[in-house]
Design a protein around this ligand. Structure first.
Ligand SMILES: Nc1ncnc2c1ncn2[C@@H]1O[C@H](COP(=O)(O)OP(=O)(O)OP(=O)(O)O)[C@@H](O)[C@H]1O
Ligand SMILES: [Mg+2]
Length: 419
């Protein structure tokens, strides 16, 4: 509090000084240099102006006191060590709060330390009074040369699905800080989605399928693979196929690979860089259940599956043949490193394994920039999406699909597609 009063006095003194100097110059100009003698005549005007400034500054300080105190409370400063003199401290200063974007700006006259803000993230949340509000997220970005922008936004922990999220030629991935987040069809790549059991992978997978089914006119065929469960067998629609047998998976991937090669031949002939026909997309839930099959007779089959998946991941995008893989773990026991590095986009849901986190998204610091929650503490459906083309990272929340919602969506698509 004492610090705030001191800051207030400094600030007020500075504003008054500027005001008096300004008024003096104006009067001096109007009265042709006779300002000193006329001081009495203008005393009320001067007093009124000073009071207005006082009130304005007072309101500013009362309104933004939390932000003004923040750099002081968290010791966010820069120090210059001068050999002759004592060291000098430059405290970060609150600059402004942009109500529209909910962004707070801080500046340091010397240089600002972004790392210090990232490290103080939890304290900042606490100090601003959002400790118990799990929906408030903050994003810390460097701004201009010597500024930091802290953006506060709300991302719901749980919300319901709505059919209005479906959009033509776009894949709905969930909600980001700006609302519904879409991936245009032409920017789709092969991808990996990773998260521990119960994190919300299958929920997300079903949600992606809705966008695909909604856009089925741009898709030649959808293939669902799941050796473990029957969830994906519920979609008995034209243009979709479900497989839960390894031999069938083998044939399917062999076909997909041939289809990709055929499309490449066609592209070569027409001098096209990308195929301009319909997509073929293959979704594989729990890929680990393929690698963990321990049957000697199936060794060759497994190898062929792996190799075909790698080829599809590597080259499929231009031919619009994509594989979307879902897995609890992404270490080499579940998915070969070679395949993993060829899946361009990634989605990371709750995971306690540092290996998963590093290999799906990247460094801890990059994650800290976009969320205050640790990946191991993510709630259901919370994820970081890394774009396959731009590598941009976005924090997303997927809506909850209850069983009745899922049943009614399947029913809806049956009517819409199988008619
Ligand atoms: N976005 C979400 N919001 C709220 N609850 C969710 C969300 N996603 C999933 N859940 C809940 O979490 C449970 C587990 O989700 P899901 O089956 O998608 O997990 P999973 O990652 O596929 O797990 P596993 O690896 O075991 O298959 C679901 O029964 C659902 O009730
Ligand atoms: Mg699942």
């Amino acid at each position: 509090m004492l610090h705030l009063i001191r800051l207030f006095i400094y600030d007020l003194a500075r504003c008054w000084a500027v005001l008096l100097l300004g008024l003096f110059s104006v009067i001096y100009f109007i009265e042709n240099g006779a300002a000193i003698e006329l001081l009495e005549k203008y005393q009320y005007l001067v007093l009124v102006c000073m009071s207005i400034v006082l009130i304005e500054r007072l309101i500013h300080f009362m309104r933004y006191k939390r932000y003004i105190q923040l750099p002081y409370a968290l010791k966010l400063y820069n120090r210059v060590n001068n050999e002759q003199k004592e060291s000098k401290i430059y405290l970060d200063k609150f600059i402004k709060y942009d109500k529209k974007t909910q962004t707070i700006y801080f500046k340091n006259r010397l240089a600002i330390d972004k790392e210090a803000y990232l490290n103080a993230k939890h304290q900042i949340v606490h100090l601003l009074g959002y400790e118990d509000n799990k929906e408030i997220e903050l994003e810390i970005k460097a701004f201009n040369k010597k500024e930091i922008a802290i953006r506060l936004y709300k991302l719901p922990i749980k919300f319901d699905w709505s059919i209005d999220y479906l959009k033509d030629k776009n894949l709905y991935l969930g909600h980001s800080k700006k609302g519904a987040y879409y991936l245009p069809f032409e920017n789709m790549t092969s991808s990996i989605c990773c998260g521990e059991s119960g994190a919300g992978k299958s929920n997300f997978l079903n949600m992606l399928i809705y966008s695909l089914l909604h856009n089925l006119k741009y898709i030649e065929h959808l293939d669902f693979i799941d050796l473990k469960g029957v969830e994906l067998s519920r979609y008995k629609l034209n243009n979709t196929t479900f497989t839960d047998k390894i031999e069938e998976v083998d044939t399917l991937l062999e076909n997909l690979k041939n289809e990709m090669d055929k499309r490449f031949d066609e592209m070569k002939e027409k001098n096209h860089l990308t195929y301009n026909g319909k997509f073929r997309i293959c979704l594989i839930d729990e890929i680990g259940s393929i690698s963990t099959i321990n049957d000697k007779k199936l060794k060759e089959t497994k190898e062929r599956i792996q190799n075909n998946l790698i080829s599809l991941g590597q080259k499929g995008r231009a031919a619009r043949v994509l594989v979307w893989v879902f897995s609890q773990k992404i270490d080499s026991s579940s998915i070969s490193t070679n395949l993993l590095t060829n899946l361009q986009a990634s989605y990371l849901l709750k995971s306690t394994s540092q290996f998963n986190i590093n290999n799906a998204i990247g460094l801890q610091e990059e994650i800290e920039e976009i969320t205050r929650t640790r990946v191991q503490d993510f709630n259901k459906g919370r994820m970081i999406y890394k774009d396959g083309l731009t590598s941009e990272k976005v924090l997303l929340q997927t809506p909850y699909l209850s069983e009745s919602v899922q049943n009614s969506m399947i029913e809806y698509f049956r009517e819409f597609i199988n008619k």
